[in-house]
Design a protein around this ligand. Structure first.
Ligand code: HEC
Ligand code: HEC
Length: 311
């Protein structure tokens, strides 16, 4: 019999959840007519030679934390969907300030302006934005912007990762874990419970027995891809590492267990749920082991959502 796992932890709310909105910024620049025309980073705004200088600096001073391919290590990725959504519609001046004033993280303020420009050029090249003839210059920075990031139809994510976990993964996986204790087929239809806000009590009179398990399985399978939505943050402010291959694999495994649970639930196969609970627990725990638990509990974990041990 598999362990009954309840991932219950006391709540902790962080003020972080902020997703900036770049629409207004871009709009103002376009409308005033007084500033030079806004260009996009897609329009060849740096030169190949400049990016090559930036690459040398990057290797020496940045790759240890941001990875050889800028994919992120103890520091966040500097390419890919989560990076682009952080910088959506912001200017290269913002990026350059971020680099020059706050990086390297352990030695801020040590880069010259021209060095940080070279680094910004390299970040663009690594992100597959084309080079042009002219070098990126300090004077042009404010008028060059990142493209507006793609967001889902619903706009930017509403919750941070921990909130999403508590809202969907936690209740629905516990409904499935409960099958280890009680055969849903044996549930008798009860009259409505006296405590109407207890969802489990009351809800189980509306969708009794196996229906609740069908639904929980659909919820897990269909919502696991929300763990890949770019622009979502973890409680500690780090971007959810949506571009990492191992993260994508953990999400895929969760989708697969959700589907398996749905098949078994629709077949009303009570016995299958010992194995399914085990698999579901593994799908949650394999990812938590790497991305959550090493970073400490409840948002206080500064290293949560980063894959590698910081040395
Ligand atoms: C000792 C580790 C470390 C080193 C070295 C380092 N960084 Fe960082 N970097 C971080 C951390 C941690 C963050 C996230 C916290 C923050 O934004 O200040 C970060 C954030 C950034 C960001 C913002 C990313 C975003 O999406 O908001 C950029 C850009 C950046 N670093 C560029 C660089 C460059 C260029 C260098 C080399 C000159 C460098 N970093 C060196 C650790 C490091
Ligand atoms: C792809 C990786 C991944 C998968 C799969 C995953 N989680 Fe999480 N989970 C995380 C990370 C990372 C956090 C920390 C989020 C944060 O701090 O914002 C988290 C946080 C949580 C929390 C919040 C509690 C706390 O300590 O902050 C709960 C509850 C939770 N997960 C439950 C589950 C359950 C149940 C499953 C399986 C059905 C699951 N998770 C699957 C990565 C994952």
């Amino acid at each position: 019999m598999a362990r009954l796992i309840r991932l219950n932890r006391p709540g902790f709310r962080s003020a972080r959840g902020a997703v900036f909105c770049g629409h207004a910024f871009l709009g103002t620049l376009l409308l005033t007519g007084q500033t030079p025309p806004v260009r996009s980073i897609t329009e060849g705004v740096y030169s190949v030679g400049q990016a090559a200088r930036g690459q040398q600096l990057y290797k020496a001073q940045c790759s240890a934390c941001h990875g050889n391919a800028l994919e992120g290590a103890s520091g966040p990725p500097l390419v890919g969907d989560s990076f682009l959504s952080n910088w959506s519609a912001r200017s290269l001046e913002n990026l350059n300030d971020k680099i020059q004033k706050t990086m390297p993280f352990n030695l801020p303020g040590s880069l010259s302006r021209s060095q940080s420009l070279d680094l910004a050029a390299y970040v663009l090249q690594a992100g597959k934005f084309p080079a042009g003839q002219a070098e990126l210059s300090d004077a042009a920075l404010a008028q060059i912007v990142f493209p507006m990031a793609r967001t889902s139809a619903a706009g930017a994510p509403e919750g941070n990762l921990a909130e999403l976990m508590r809202a969907i993964a936690f209740p629905n996986s516990n409904i499935i874990f409960n099958v280890q204790l009680k055969d849903p087929g044996a549930q008798t239809k009860k009259p409505p419970a006296s405590a109407p806000f207890d969802y489990v009590e009351w809800g189980s009179t509306i969708y009794p027995g196996w229906l609740a398990i069908d639904q929980a399985a659909v919820a897990i399978a269909e919502t696991a891809p929300l763990l890949l939505t770019p622009g979502r943050r973890c409680q500690n402010g780090r971007p959810v590492p949506v571009d990492r291959a191992d993260w994508k694999q953990y999400v895929k495994e969760l989708v697969e267990v959700g589907r398996l649970a749905r098949r078994a639930s629709q077949a009303r196969n009570f016995d299958a749920f010992v194995d399914i609970s085990e698999k579901l627990n593994d799908a949650c725990a394999n990812c938590h082991k790497i991305y959550r638990d090493k970073g400490g509990t409840e948002g206080s974990g500064a290293t949560r959502c980063q894959p590698l041990e910081v040395k």
